[in-house]
Design a binder for this molecule. Sequence first.
Ligand code: MAN
Length: 534
Amino acid sequence: MVKFSHFVLLLLFGGAMTVEVQRPRGVPLSKRQFYEEDKPFTCLDGSRTIPFDRVNDDYCDCPDGSDEPGTAACPNGNFHCTNAGFRPAFIPSSRVNDGICDCCDTTDEYNSGADCQNTCRELGRKEKEELQKIAEIAKEGFMLKKQLIQEAKQGLEDKKAKLGDVQDSKKDLEAKVEALRTVKETAEQPEKEAKERHLKAWEDQKAVIRMEKDKARMAAVFLELDDDADGSVSVAELQSHSELDPDSDGSFTESEAQGLLGGVEKVDTVAFETVWNNIKEKYVSENQPNADVPPAGESPQEETRDTVSDNDSENYPDEDIPEEEDDEDEEEDDEMDEEDYKAPPAMQTDEKTKDDDEEGPMPPYDQETQALIDGAQKARDEFNEAEKALREVEDQIRNLEKEISFDFGPSSEFAYLYSQCYELTTGEYVYRLCPFNRVSQKPKFGGSETSLGTWGKWAGPEDNIYSVMKYEHGTGCWQGPNRSTIVKLTCGKETVVTSTSEPSRCEYLMEFISPAICQEPASFDSGHPDHEEL
Ligand code: MAN
């Protein structure tokens, strides 16, 4: 009979004696008071009241299925297995007597003929072992945590002491930097003046060189134009140089040529000087490409050099003038001598640029200027070095202050994670967690690292805020949010990342084990689930 099948159980388990509590089949202990044998039964949803003999009569009367806790009659009913020795459970009442053993105490199959074995004690034993293991880990983890707290305390004191020292050395360095700044500035003023003097002398010298070159070229052009060698350049002679045509209209007329000659028929060398400016820009040598006057390094320059040497001290040695051009061509032809050394025709229209280059590099500084430069440079180096040391000390202070004020948990138990990194390699990526700093992901087979977020905050639930870390503002996700990572901490003896996943795109989840999260274990007695409901 189904109707009044009551449990009558007597179990001895885990040293505790348990006694039977009578109630209809499938009813949990917590609801026993609603099923009183000598009173009508009111459906648990209050919808109707029925005589008690309709409870578990294999006919569904209550819409919530509460009149058939021990049969499969109601589609929405729940069957309660006591599972003595293990853990009570509810199963959908459709599974009652369906031939499959669902409850470890076999009570769901009381009328199906299924050959169920009671496995509750075995399950209970296994669970107990599991719980014991967890408790053991928690215990050891908690011991480690206590150690970590001690170390963090010591570490904090050390850091505070270090901060004091570094702050003192910062003061010393600041004074040093200021003193060296004065030394540097004092040395730089005469250095600047001496360099300016030297530059000015070089500028003046270059102007002289250019002028001499221009003169030499003028003389050579005069000779070239004076075809009949009568000592003057005539209108006709000038006309032979069509490139000089002022309006470049294709006809270089007599009057145009005369205009260039200052309105006269011909000019001698002296008068040529006064009209040279009208000619020199456009003039193209007849002896192109080799004989335009004066290509770099040609004889006029030689003269120039002599002039320079005459005019000046050894400060401006001869070699300085053509040196740069030598350098440029050296690679092409080491054998090239000065005779071969001609400016390419293209450069002739670009007289200015050519001239700028022709004077070569600035001559070396005289001894006195060089000594001032060396002195100032030494002062600069010393100043820079002191400034660098000051910056380093300031960095150190910033880092120490940051570390000292960081929230490393209620007793600084998480401080040991600072400046550490932990990796986990999956099929595709190497994940890296650097606590309180950043999380990243790097493809295993090459490719650049992607930031999955930088330290944001502790983000656990209110009553356990230190159980979750949040890293945010990582690399932007294509058409998505910036990457971010949640790190869930669980208690363990080791410090290790145990898993990573991406529950939604670009939002990562890491499981991280650390002793710092272990709680003081509740005193462990039987290790068995507290209440054994019968
Ligand atoms: C990369 C990785 C993945 C991420 C996609 C999003 O492939 O960072 O984790 O889902 O980008 O485009």
